[in-house]
Design a protein around this ligand. Sequence first.
Ligand code: FRU
Length: 470
Amino acid sequence: MTEQQWLNRLSEALLGGLNRAEGDPHRPGWHIAAPVGLLNDPNGFIQFDGRYRLFYQWNPLACAHGAKAWGQLVSDDLVHWQHLGLALAPTEDYERNGCYSGSAVDNNGELTLIYTGNVKYDRERRTAFQCLAVEREFGEFEKLGPVLDLPEGYTGHVRDPKVWRHDGHWWMVLAAQSEDGQGKVLLYRSADLHHWQQLGVLAGSREQGLDEFGYMWECPDLFELDGRHVLICCPQGLPAEADRYRNLYQCGWLAGELDWHSGRLAHGDFHELDLGFEFYAPQTTLDDQGRRLLIGWLGLPDDNEPAQPTRDYGWMNQLSCPRVLSWRQGKLYQNPVPELAALRGEAFDWQGLAVQAPRLQGGRAELELVISGEVRLYLGQAAVLTVNAGGLELRRLNWRSGEWESRRRHGPVTDLRLLLDSSSIELFINEGEAAMSARYFPGANPEIRWGGAGETRFRYWPLAPVLRSS
Ligand code: FRU
């Protein structure tokens, strides 16, 4: 499609679709969703010129994956986001099957995007180019074209460049599948963003002491946190093991020390970043307060997506809340950014036997709670959270199969923080030691109801729908 055709079809989709999407009771009130169509990975997360910029994989033309564009947003506070429309559309030959995921950097005052131009020849064969685009006017990007072809020894599954600045150079981690079908992360270096030198395989399946560990590692992100290197990545193809790797694809972290010369990361074990049902393809950035911020996609490709009821309203998927990462006791902790407190209405405190606790409005709300004994929270008859001395279980009604399914976390629970937004659940356990996220589709005006023989002490806030236009 030419740019003109793209813009025509986009205008049609928006004119016909905006009100319909906003009329969906499952539409989030304070999480980012696409105005219409399908959203997936967050891209290009950066604080630039003092403002937070965020892009996302977007198919505005259908509730389906396909030739992705980049949508864009801006915010001063990580809470109130303004949609800026299209940043990139797949109009050139080198990206004709999608402007796939990538990142953003501040190149001497020029906001520069590095993304994957995806090209499919047929169902089996594809290639990929890593491409640049530079912001000329606010929100308007000029494409500079491909700067990197497929590396030798890899299939056409090479994508999702994440670039950062270190020690006078640009560095890039890139997801790649080797010709023998193993997922890898490659490390590159550049002086100017245009010419890239491959340093080595940073990590991957059958690398650095790992056994067989997936056929593709999507969306890598490497950063320093409190004196160590952390690699976030999304391995595909890990078999489920008891309570681990229960989702179709995984998203997790490895920590260790990077050898900048060989490009290798000597790392420890892989840990899941989120123990819930939907969390994938997150991206981080460092802000001017020195915080490592992360935002993810509350979704998963190739699984339950096509059956999402929001399709009837012409939109699909949402992002997670922005989270702050920290390193504590050898683990990666994550917590919602403190700015989200701006959403809170009047607080309500309660303490006592769980069965005597009042019902609460559960559409858009936040709960901080402490529990003793066994306590259950029924979330709008579409999800149930059970907490006891052994750990925690989140059950939800699968909207595709119509059956209940569960995810568990073992070990003591000292405190919980629960964030609800129409059709999403985000749970932070023990001050962010673990997180569990899920989509769910409750009926109208969902309530939080209580059960179990234990006791609870909680503080509850209704949350304001700051991102809804109606
Ligand atoms: C992850 C992913 C990326 C790719 C993008 C395409 O969800 O598959 O690897 O760049 O989505 O939309």
